[in-house]
Design a binder for this molecule. Structure first.
Ligand SMILES: [Zn+2]
Length: 381
C-alpha cells in the first residue's frame, strides 16, 4: 500500500513520519497537529482524512473510490465528521438540525481553502452539543473507517473538551480523531496527554512565494511579508491584502512607546491606528496585523539577544536602540507571552487600541527586570 501526501519540502519529514505510521497499521487514533495559523494544519488533516477513509488497494488517497469521490469541498460534504466552532444564538444552537446545518456551512469555506485562517467565525466556540452529536454518530455500528476532524481545538469550551476526553482515551475501533490547533497551550492538559502530537514547521520564504504565486498574488518584498506572517502561507495571503508596512510601523511605534518615558504622548499612535483601521477591509484586520507585526519584531529582539541576524532589516537600528534586548532573553520572552495572552482578549474587544495600550503598560510595569529607569539608559555601543 502506498500513501501519498502533497506537502511542501519543509514538511517532508512530517509526511514521512505519517506514512510510516499508516503503513505500520498503528496510526494513532487521536492525533493533534500543532503549528502556526495558516501553516497548513487543516490541509494536512484533510489529506490524512482522505488517506484514512480511502479503500483503494494500491494508492491512498486514490481519488476514485466512493469515499474519495464523496469529498465535495464547495458543498462542505465529506465522509468525515467535523466538530467546529459555531457562532450564534445559543437557544437556536440547541436544535440539532440547526447545528448540523451551521456546521456544514462553516466547513465548506474551510474545505475549499484549508489555508484560510478566517474560515471559521472568530467569535464562535466548539459547543458541547456538537461534540455529543459526533459521539452519538460514532456509537452507531458501522464497519467503515470514520474520521473526526476537530480544527481549532483550542476553541473547545471546557465542557466540550471534557465530553471528548473519555472517547479520546479509548477511541472506538476504526475511528480516528484529528485535532488541529495553533494554541496548544490553551488545550486542557488532559486532552493534550491523550493525543499523539505532530508539529508542522513554518514554511520557507520560497514556499510562501510559490504559495502566493499559485494564487496570483504578487508582492514586492516577499522576505518582509514572510517575516511578518511568521512563515505562514495562509497568513501571508491574508496580509498581502493590506499594507504590511503600516502594521509594522504601528508595532514598532508601540514598542518604542513602551520603552520611552511615560510623558511621551500616545495620541499620535492612537490616531495612526484609527486611520489604518478605517482603511482596512474589516474591523479586525488592523489589530490582527499589528499583533503579527509585534510577534515578528519580538522575534527579532530575541534574535538580537542570541546574536542572530534580524529579519525586519529596515527596523534593525530602531530595534537595537530599544532597551529590551539588552535586558536579556527573559524580558523578551515575558513580552511575547503577554502578547499571546492579549491576543485572546483582542477578539472580544470593541476598542482594540485600549487593549494594545494595556499590553504596553503591562510590558512596562510588570516586566521581570525592566523598570521605568531603563528609558534613560545609554544605548550600547
Ligand atoms: Zn479512494
Amino acid at each position: 500500500m502506498e500513501y501519498r501526501f502533497e506537502l511542501p519540502p519543509s514538511q517532508q519529514r512530517v509526511a514521512e513520519r505519517l506514512k510510516t505510521a499508516l503503513e505500520s497499521g498503528g496510526f494513532p487514533q487521536a492525533l493533534l497537529i500543532t503549528g502556526g495559523a495558516g501553516v497548513g494544519k487543516r490541509a494536512l488533516a484533510m489529506q490524512l482524512a482522505r488517506a484514512l477513509t480511502c479503500v483503494d488497494d494500491e494508492v491512498r488517497p486514490c481519488g476514485k473510490c466512493p469515499y474519495c469521490r464523496a469529498v465535495r469541498p464547495e458543498k462542505g460534504e465529506s465522509p468525515w465528521l467535523w466538530v467546529v466552532p459555531l457562532a450564534g444564538d445559543a437557544e437556536k444552537l440547541e436544535k440539532e438540525e440547526v447545528r448540523l446545518e451551521l456546521t456544514q456551512k462553516a466547513v465548506a469555506p474551510s474545505m475549499v481553502d484549508p489555508w484560510d485562517v478566517e474560515a471559521f467565525p472568530s467569535k464562535g466556540t466548539v459547543r458541547v452539543e456538537s461534540v455529543r452529536d459526533v459521539l452519538r454518530e460514532l456509537g452507531r455500528k458501522d464497519v467503515r473507517t470514520r474520521v473526526v476532524l476537530v480544527p481549532e481545538a483550542d476553541r473547545m469550551a471546557a465542557s466540550s473538551a471534557n465530553a471528548l476526553l473519555k472517547t479520546l482515551e479509548e477511541v472506538p475501533e476504526n475511528c480516528y480523531f484529528v485535532l488541529t490547533t495553533s494554541h496548544a497551550a490553551d488545550l486542557l492538559p488532559t486532552v493534550l496527554s491523550r493525543c499523539a502530537k505532530i508539529h508542522l514547521p513554518d514554511a520557507t520564504v520560497a514556499e510562501v512565494g510559490e504559495f502566493l504565486e499559485r494564487r496570483g498574488i504578487s508582492v514586492e518584498r516577499l522576505d518582509q511579508l514572510w517575516a511578518l506572517a511568521g512563515g505562514s502561507p495562509g497568513q501571508a495571503a491574508l496580509m498581502s491584502r493590506e499594507s504590511v508596512a503600516s502594521a509594522r510601523s504601528l508595532a514598532m511605534g508601540l514598542l518604542e512607546w513602551t520603552a520611552a518615558d511615560t510623558s511621551l504622548d500616545l495620541a499620535g499612535w492612537w490616531s495612526d491606528f484609527s486611520a489604518a483601521r478605517k482603511k482596512s477591509e474589516t474591523d479586525e484586520e488592523t489589530p490582527r496585523f499589528v499583533v503579527s507585526a509585534l510577534a515578528s519584531l519580538l522575534d527579532d529582539l530575541m534574535r538580537i539577544v542570541s546574536g542572530l541576524p534580524v529579519r525586519n532589516s529596515e527596523y534593525e537600528e530602531r530595534l537595537r536602540a530599544l532597551p529590551f534586548a539588552r535586558r536579556g532573553a527573559d524580558v523578551v520572552r515575558f513580552m511575547h507571552s503577554e502578547l499571546l495572552k492579549m491576543e485572546r482578549h483582542l477578539g472580544h474587544s470593541v476598542a482594540p487600541e485600549r487593549v494594545f495600550l494595556a499590553l504596553a503598560l503591562k510590558w512596562r510595569n510588570d516586566s521581570p527586570r525592566l523598570d521605568l529607569s531603563l528609558a534613560s539608559e545609554e544605548p550600547r555601543k
